[in-house]
Ligand binder design. Structure first.
Ligand SMILES: Nc1ncnc2c1ncn2[C@@H]1O[C@H](COP(=O)(O)OP(=O)(O)OP(=O)(O)O)[C@@H](O)[C@H]1O
Ligand code: SF4
Ligand SMILES: [Mg+2]
Length: 346
């Protein structure tokens, strides 16, 4: 049986907003998932739905608001939900602060080596004042991974080679590289500490179409050779469906569906996933003609003031009164196929 590397339970991440009462930006809402050792879990959803925030919160680059994160059997975060629903004088239901115990402190330093991230914007993620050799070397130094200068130089060379760059590139600055090469530097930096788990945050969306597949192939080869586990974030399903064994779909901070890649493509259960899939181009013109594209009405609501009940109810073609009042539970409806929708409970 597959072994879990990461397990996330009821994870929330809210960003407080200065001068505004209440929880602020409710970017990640009650997300539960697990990732098996050596697998790629794809994560898709519209811009602003909380994919990056979820990835960073799992790595504790953002401090979670509440929930539980277990990495390789070790709890690296556990905290109680610090809000409760209250009625205002006008009869409005709002989230009010509640006193809860402080989460136990956990030393994340050894975890930083095991859990890495490849950033969405390669240019912004590299220090423009450091050479590529210094950028990669810094990660090696922080964790004391090379004993001698010669060993360190050799390791930097090996990493540059691994990501398809030349040894001479070590003396260049990030601005002297193309976007694709900058992303390769970001990948080499992540690999420098010999991680087990990498959050790949839209690693190809800022790149030219012609080099996107090169980077994806490289990430796949690295996974095979080094036994890596990925959380692979992308805007749309067409990117993740070929490389992920399972896919999670996010909408406005919540995970609405999670299933094996093939199963999700063949049999999407949640109305939002059905919409996303209807927009994916199909190579077969017959199938393409017969497929009906579902277009959602309205804009994505603000995570500062998300809809009550099911967060998708303001745009869902099947929404009922119950959907506006009560959030559906994220449940396993078929073996390995989770979704959150009241329609599935009937
Ligand atoms: N540090 C922060 N402080 C306040 N709000 C934030 C912060 N980071 C993200 N947000 C908000 O949280 C929500 C989710 O943002 P996030 O960047 O996680 O979305 P995303 O799904 O990664 O989008 P994209 O596909 O455009 O990268 C957005 O409304 C964003 O404005
Ligand atoms: S719970 Fe209701 S609003 Fe939400 S997806 Fe299902 S039918 Fe639509
Ligand atoms: Mg993002």
């Amino acid at each position: 049986m597959a072994e879990k590397l990461l397990e996330v339970k009821n994870l929330y991440k809210y960003f407080p907003v200065k001068g505004v009462k209440g929880p602020g930006v409710q970017a990640v809402e009650n997300v539960s998932l697990f990732i098996n050792k050596g697998e790629t879990l794809g994560l898709v959803g519209e811009s602003g739905c909380g994919k990056t925030t979820l990835g960073r919160t799992i790595l504790r680059l953002h401090e979670p608001t509440s929930g539980q994160i277990v990495y390789n059997g070790e709890t690296i975060y556990q905290g109680e939900y610090p809000f409760e629903r209250k009625e205002t004088a006008e009869g409005k239901s709002v989230l009010g602060k509640k006193s809860v115990p402080r989460p136990k402190a956990v030393d994340m330093f050894p975890m930083r080596r095991k859990m890495q991230i490849i950033f969405q914007d390669p240019a912004a993620s590299l220090d423009p004042r450091m050479t590529v050799g210094e950028i990669i070397g810094e990660a090696i130094d922080i964790h004391g991974l090379c004993k001698t200068r010669a060993e360190r130089t050799e390791r930097i060379k090996e990493l540059l080679d691994r990501v398809g760059l030349n040894t001479e590139h070590a003396n260049r600055f990030p601005h002297e590289f193309s976007g694709g090469q900058q992303q390769r530097v970001g990948i080499a930096r992540a690999l420098a500490v010999e991680p087990e788990f990498i959050v790949c945050d839209e690693p190809i969306s800022a790149l030219d179409v012609s080099i996107q597949s090169q980077v994806v192939n490289m990430l796949e080869d690295m996974q095979q050779d080094l036994g890596l586990t990925y959380l692979f974030i992308a805007h749309d399903l067409s990117v993740v469906r070929h490389i992920s064994s399972r896919i999670g779909v996010m909408y406005l901070g919540s995970l609405v569906e999670l299933a094996e890649s093939y199963e999700l493509n063949k049999n999407p259960l949640h109305p939002y996933s059905q919409t996303l899939l209807s927009a994916v181009p199909v190579p077969d013109p017959e199938v393409s003609r017969s497929r009906q594209r579902i277009v959602l009405e309205g804009d994505i609501p603000s995570p500062m003031n998300p809809p009550t009940g099911c967060r998708f109810h303001t745009r869902c073609p099947y929404a009922s009164e119950k959907c506006a009042q009560c959030a559906p539970e994220f449940k396993e409806h078929q073996p390995g196929h989770w979704a959150a929708c009241h329609l599935l409970d009937q």
